[in-house]
Write a protein that binds this ligand. Structure first.
Ligand code: SF4
Ligand code: SF4
Length: 415
């Protein structure tokens, strides 16, 4: 299977294309509690308390995402039909970081990626299709604890829980759930960390192996959790990028804040992870949304916008996306930073790679480093935000990969 097939099968979305919903927290005065260093947990609040929405907010159509537009030549605003041909055509700069060995590793990394849809089919919510007698938890709090414990065992990098919300779903998938008689009450949202060393090679094609491995793991982790819940007698459904808007569900489940580039930023994992969900009829105790200064930091930083090779990340302030061609792939009725999904998607085609440069230049990309911790603190400190971006640049983070970066990945890694 080549990269194109992988992408078609799993509708991989990275960076701005994934981030049709570039949510950002609207820092309304809220009752907050500390949850770890610099992290505020908004107890008793929901998605709607930290994200500004209006009457236009509601289920979005997958047909209008960048992939939806690229798949359908009859879409009123189709993306260039040459996209997949461009993807396959050789380009001079792709000689760097694209060879038989790299491609072999990519194929291995994505081993279960092709099975992702099978996992999802296996665990689609169907009444009476559960694999065991109903196990009764004492209460939603107890159920949440054990489900989260299992998610960590299955190797979720982080896990949060929120209530099922049709506004955060894709239109088409709500209809599918209804056809199946599936009535989810809760959504378990999990982060799957990507390998930072290989991601640093973005936009060389080998960088895609990082996403491929994460997609493979997404299928494994979510499929296993959905299977476990089915054995406990609860109809459950695993889903990757499809079904629900991952960034929105991540915010709702207290896993992080939306960013300028459109992805979720987690207080510990930073920006280099993917999101997978399990929808379930089991009633669970929802987590509270969190904030830790991403709003303030992204307002000033702009590093993703400065480094985006296609100019897809806007520097403009947050706004409600207007109903214009430029914003066809942007979710309406939510105040957010803007990204141009079409520009991003077209660049992927030209570069033979899903790019991800915005994710890797982001100062939050470096999880567990002193700079990351400093950035978290600085983000809430007026006047210091710019220093964190400056220091990030000064230490050479996020530099465009060179032949040396590539050679270091293969030859100079301590094993
Ligand atoms: S850097 Fe730009 S082109 Fe690359 S994934 Fe991010 S938004 Fe898309
Ligand atoms: S690079 Fe800067 S502006 Fe962009 S998402 Fe990261 S912190 Fe926000």
């Amino acid at each position: 299977m080549n990269r194109r097939d992988f992408l078609k099968k799993s509708a991989i979305t990275t960076g701005a294309t994934a981030g049709a919903l570039a949510l950002s927290s609207t820092l309304k005065p809220l009752e907050v509690e500390a949850k770890g260093f610099g992290v505020k947990e908004h107890k008793g609040k929901t998605f709607y308390d930290v994200v500004e929405t209006n009457e236009d907010f509601g289920p979005f159509s997958q047909h209008d995402t960048a992939f939806g537009r690229a798949y359908d030549p009859n879409h009123p605003y189709p993306l260039p039909p040459t996209f997949f041909q461009v993807w396959d055509a050789p380009k001079e700069h792709d000689k760097l970081g694209e060879n038989v060995f790299d491609n072999a590793m990519f194929q291995g990394a994505g081993l279960n990626w092709g099975d992702t849809n099978n996992h999802y089919k296996l665990f689609e919510g169907k009444p009476n299709s559960v694999d065991g007698e109903l196990y009764k938890f004492k209460n939603p709090k107890e159920a949440s604890y054990y489900i989260k414990r299992a998610a960590k065992f299955y190797k979720a990098s982080a896990v949060g829980i929120t209530k099922y919300d049709e506004n955060l779903m894709y239109k088409e998938n709500i209809a599918q759930f209804k056809e199946q008689g599936f009535k989810p009450k809760s959504v378990i949202v999990m982060c799957i960390l990507m390998d930072h060393e290989i991601l640093k090679l973005y936009p060389m094609p080998i960088g895609m192996s990082g996403a491929a491995l994460a997609y493979s793991n997404m299928a494994e982790v979510s499929g296993k959790l959905a299977k476990m819940m089915s054995v406990l007698g609860y109809s459950s459904h695993a889903g990757g990028n499809d079904w629900g808007i991952s960034v929105a569900y991540g915010v709702a489940a207290g896993l992080g804040e939306g960013s300028r580039m459109g992805t979720l930023i987690h207080p510990e994992l930073g920006s280099g992870f993917r999101i997978v969900k399990v929808f379930t009829e089991l009633e669970l105790e929802p987590d509270a949304p969190i904030t830790f200064g991403v709003e303030s930091f992204c307002t000033r930083c702009m590093k993703c916008a400065d480094n985006c090779p296609s100019g897809a990340v806007y520097k403009t302030p947050k706004q409600f996306a207007p109903d214009t061609e430029e914003f066809v792939s942007a979710i309406k009725g939510v105040k957010k930073w803007g990204t141009d999904a079409a520009k991003c998607f077209e660049y992927w085609g030209e570069s033979h790679c899903d790019c991800g440069r915005c994710i890797t230049v982001c100062p939050y990309f470096k999880n567990d480093t002193w700079l990351h911790k400093f950035a978290k603190t600085a983000a809430n400190t007026p006047g210091v935000n710019n220093v964190a971006r400056y220091m990030d640049d000064m230490f050479g983070y996020g530099k465009y990969p060179t032949q040396k970066t590539y050679d270091d990945f293969w030859d100079n890694m301590k094993l």
